[in-house]
Design a protein around this ligand. Structure first.
Ligand code: F6P
Length: 324
């Protein structure tokens, strides 16, 4: 093993730069040549490679986004695209590939490995925290902190005007952000994709809150919640079925993916980057590094993609109790 290429793919996440830095420096430390690939799998197809050194990654541990850029590549979904990618890797004498991204990126990586047998290690990075085989993905903790900070700010205006706010957070398939920030910011209700708590329950709960003297309330809605209504329709439904609330909607959107990574994410990314290189040197392949009980361990990419992450049901109960 002499040359390792790496790329960031899918939605960006705070801490991706810390992972790029870790992989680069771990390569240099082990006398390997680190090669950064720009714009995810598109960069593999277009031969967008740059040889890095320890100094190429200076001053980026605290930066959001990804210096390598990222993309969701449609060409990599075709066999022609993947052949081009493989030829470029061979032309540049690359011995292995590290993919920093989410399950979509790992799915592409797995197909690529099956076709061309190039050793691959995945580093999980997505704010959604929806990857099996790790308790935390890179970017999740930073996003939680960003979202809690914003909800706190919305609460200031909500309570000043005695208003009810519906706040939509990211998570089209997973409620981890909604559930944790909902508890952390003291939301009255939390709607997530994993559980359908029902519209009646929502209305009843808001009625109860009002009856017990609450003048303002916050409902956190994950993008993919199960009510079948988007956040604006939810507001309309509550307007129709509940008197006395002045409701507003706030969609947090992509600000949740930006900003400086938290200390937790920087440390996690550094650990995962170092281990990814260690494992490749041990001839391990087709695996994802993940955090399990505080230790960086491996999960087969196949399992990481197919396995489901579970929400912490205890948090639903805690939220119920806290919002009486
Ligand atoms: O990174 C994952 C995610 O945050 C999802 O929760 C969200 O639905 C999606 O990205 C949106 O990303 P984009 O607008 O880049 O497609």
């Amino acid at each position: 093993m002499k040359k390792i290429a790496f790329l960031t793919s899918g939605g960006d996440a705070p801490g991706m730069n810390a992972a790029i830095r870790a992989v680069t420096r771990a390569c240099v430390y082990n006398d390997l040549i680190p090669v950064g690939v720009s714009k995810g799998f598109d960069g593999l197809i277009n031969g967008d490679f740059v040889e890095m050194n320890a100094r190429s990654v200076k001053g980026i541990i605290n930066k959001g986004g990804t210096i390598l850029k990222t993309a969701r590549s449609s060409e990599f979904r075709t066999i022609e695209g993947r052949k081009k990618a493989y030829n470029n890797l061979k032309k540049n004498n690359i011995d292995a590939l590290i993919i920093i991204g989410g399950d979509g990126s790992f799915t592409g990586g797995l197909i690529f490995h099956k076709e061309f047998k190039l050793p691959i290690i995945g580093i999980p990075a997505t704010i959604d925290n929806d990857i099996f085989g790790t308790s935390h993905t890179i970017g999740y903790d930073s996003a939680l902190n960003t979202v809690v900070d914003v909800i706190d700010k919305i609460r200031d205006t909500a309570s000043s005007h005695n208003r009810l706010f519906f706040i939509e957070v990211m998570g089209k398939d997973a409620g981890h952000i909604a559930l944790n920030t909902g508890v952390g910011a003291g939301a009255e209700e939390i709607l997530i994709p994993e559980e359908n708590l029902g519209l009646d329950r929502l209305v009843e709960s808001l009625k109860r809150s009002k009856a017990t003297g609450k003048s303002s309330s916050i409902v956190i809605v994950a993008e993919g919640d199960k009510t079948g209504k988007n956040v604006f329709e939810l507001k309309d439904y509550v307007d129709k079925n509940l008197d006395g609330y002045d409701a507003r909607v706030s969609v947090l959107g992509h600000l949740q993916r930006g900003g400086s990574p938290s200390c937790f994410d920087r440390v996690l990314a550094s650990r995962m980057g170092v281990k990814a290189v260690d494992f490749l040197l041990e001839n391990k392949t087709n695996l994802m590094v993940g955090l399990k009980d505080g230790i960086i361990e491996l999960t087969p990419l196949e399992k990481a993609i197919k396995g489901k992450t579970n929400i912490n049901k205890e948090l639903l109960r805690v939220s119920d109790i806290m919002s009486i």
